[in-house]
Design a protein around this ligand. Structure first.
Ligand code: HEM
Ligand SMILES: *[C@@H]1O[C@H](CO)[C@@H](O)[C@H](O)[C@H]1NC(C)=O
Ligand SMILES: *[C@@H]1O[C@H](CO)[C@@H](O)[C@H](O)[C@H]1NC(C)=O
Length: 552
């Protein structure tokens, strides 16, 4: 064999190796990259050119998806990542797999894009896992607009004045239970928050109070937790084209479809008895009875859709309220002076039981407000006191700003190409409210300052004004008025009646929302004898004393 042929052979080998590499690695890489390219990186149609805000470059195919998933595993890390992205300006473009997210980092651009242009920015993305498989395409919060609109109309029942007045009465009763439970079993304070939050929404939607834990309740909570996990765990939702592959090439389907079936079975177990009671005419007032299944209902979804709608409201409406109440307790530990001021405001309206403050704990109000009452005229604040308690109203907003419960509001997809302030956005991108950035874009963001919401025009009493924790536009949380009332009445009454003291180390940036045990160590004690008597009397009057004693 000559040297020449040897070198020839070598060359043949190396070039075939080269070709193999091209065929097996580079070509598939290029093809895959092409298939999964985010819309703004594909070739624009003739005559068009996109221009998006700046953002991190990311890696091929995945963009910033891996970084995002890593940050998402820890709330403090996620906050840090989201706030670092606001360095690009009021808007930041982030590529996550095939998805283009334009993060909205300021109140101004959220208001412009999500609220004012809501007609164009209210679609949900195609989510083959979290929506199609896990939710059978029927959970309202993720449904695409065409099939979402009918249910949304029905849900507006939750925002109407007459229904809200009825619900307000229930919330006052539930808070009487909450206070008695905190008095009788103070170490279980976080469990009482949990029961209260769940009970209010069960009552509103299904017409029944929750008095004790049951296997059905556990199952429903597990469903909510799994659903939230499905939203952030599924890579496929960031590469929705994968759902177009033949089913044998989608090995992940079976797992998520089984989860969807299991969730449906849990929903059916809750739905069937309520539906039977409505049909038999024995059901008490509720959203299901009066908003969905009434004889004269305008709702024309199927029974299956009605079930998903009702249970979607239950799951959307319970946990956030619990988290907000836990955040309230954390805020009292960190900023006691603010709560002394709120207590003075409440005392001025409802009396203070004759200048008490014997509790001695944080926030014990010794200052008496104007019109302080004696023990016999002392009363609990009510929803009707809202206009007289602007500072307490502002506390609710400040709680949600200080430690936002929803770090990124679910994507609002753009349905038409849009020119906005020098940018040109293609239809199909997602606008995502970066709550962390928006909530921190105020002077001295870590300070807890309710007065920043008091604008002399009643802004503090409107929980959606300038606060985007409930989302915005056509998809805005349909329960925001229920939530505002529910939080106001609970927080006002807890401030009036209880003192909170840290009982060990805590980290106000990690609220441990994910555990069902005490999220941080707190001693809760009733403020005074006068309050103790008042709370027991109220609970007795409303018939909830025994159930509060029994505990949850
Ligand atoms: C502090 C408490 C709450 C927070 C922070 C909250 C937040 C949110 C957010 C961010 C959305 C998505 C909005 C968007 O995409 O723009 C939403 C949707 C929703 N929320 Fe709330 N929420 C709360 C309480 C409630 C309550 C008490 C209820 C029920 C009584 C409720 C029922 C719903 C429903 C049904 C949806 C889906 C609406 C739809 O499908 O169009 N929420 N919520
Ligand atoms: C999904 O979110 C939950 C709650 O924020 C978190 O505990 C979990 O680790 C996340 N999972 C993934 C895969 O990011
Ligand atoms: C509350 O504020 C929102 C957003 O600014 C506004 O659209 C709504 O009309 C206000 N509601 C009331 C009752 O003023």
């Amino acid at each position: 064999m000559s040297v020449f042929s040897e070198s020839y052979g070598f060359n043949a080998f190396s070039s075939s190796l080269f070709f193999s590499i091209v065929c097996m690695v580079v070509l598939p890489f290029l093809i895959i990259r092409e298939i999964f390219k985010p819309i703004d990186q594909r070739k624009a149609p003739a005559g068009k050119q996109w221009k998006l805000p700046p953002g991190p470059r990311g890696i091929p195919i995945f963009g910033s998806l891996l970084e995002f998933r890593k940050a998402r595993s820890d709330s403090a890390q996620l906050s840090q990542w989201l706030s670092s992205l606001s360095q690009y300006g009021e808007m930041t473009t982030v590529h996550l797999g095939s998805k283009t997210w334009v993060l909205l980092n300021s109140d101004r651009v959220v208001s412009e894009l999500i609220a004012k242009r809501g007609a164009l920015t209210s679609e949900r993305p195609d989510l083959p896992i979290a929506s199609s498989l896990v939710s059978n395409d029927k959970r309202s919060v993720l449904r695409r607009s065409a099939r979402w609109a009918e249910g949304r109309r029905a849900m507006h029942h939750l925002l109407n004045g007459a229904a809200l007045r009825t619900y307000g009465g229930w919330q006052e009763l539930e808070t009487a239970h909450l206070l008695a439970a905190c008095l009788l079993q103070p170490r279980r304070w976080h469990k009482h928050h949990f029961r209260y939050a769940n009970s209010v929404v069960h009552w509103i939607v299904l017409g029944e109070r929750l008095l004790r834990p049951t296997p059905e309740l556990d199952a429903l909570l597990a469903v909510t937790i799994e659903f939230v996990r499905a939203i952030n765990a599924s890579l496929v939702d960031f590469f929705p084209r994968l759902a177009a592959l033949p089913r044998v090439l989608q090995p992940w389907r079976a797992y998520w479809a089984r989860m969807g079936a299991a969730h449906r079975a849990v929903f059916v177990a809750w739905w069937e008895p309520v539906k039977r009671a409505v049909e038999a005419g024995t059901a008490p007032a509720s959203f299901v009875r009066d908003g969905l299944l009434a004889e004269d209902t305008a709702y024309c979804g199927t029974d299956e859709e009605a079930m998903y709608l009702a249970l979607s409201v239950v799951s959307a409406g319970s946990d956030n309220t619990r988290l907000a109440l836990n955040t309230f307790v954390m805020a009292v530990l960190c900023h006691p002076g603010v709560f002394e001021r709120a207590r003075r405001e409440i005392d001025g309206v409802c009396g203070d039981g004759g200048g008490s403050g014997a509790g001695g704990g944080t926030g014990a109000g010794s200052g008496t407000g104007t019109g302080a009452a004696t023990a016999s005229t002392l009363r609990l604040p009510t929803l009707a006191d809202m206009p007289a308690l602007p500072f307490t109203c502002a506390i609710i907003k400040e709680l949600l700003r200080w430690r936002p419960l929803v770090p990124t509001i679910p994507p609002h997809d753009l349905t038409q190409d849009l020119d906005f302030e020098g940018y040109r956005f293609p239809a199909g991108i997602s606008f995502v409210i970066n709550s962390i950035a928006v909530c921190n874009a105020v002077p001295d963001p870590d300070a807890f300052r309710p007065e920043r919401w008091i604008d002399g025009k009643g802004g503090e009493a409107n929980i959606t004004e300038g606060l985007w924790q409930f989302g915005g536009g056509r998809r805005v949380c349909v329960g925001y008025r229920v939530a505002q009332m529910e939080l106001f009445i609970a927080v006002a009454r807890l401030i009036a009646g209880f003192d909170y003291k840290a009982n060990g180390p805590y980290d106000s940036r990690r609220l441990r929302h994910d555990i069902m045990d005490e999220p941080f160590p707190v001693t809760v004690s009733v403020r005074s004898k006068a309050y103790e008597e008042l709370i027991l009397r109220e609970a007795e009057r409303l018939g909830v004393l025994q159930s509060a004693k029994d505990g949850f």
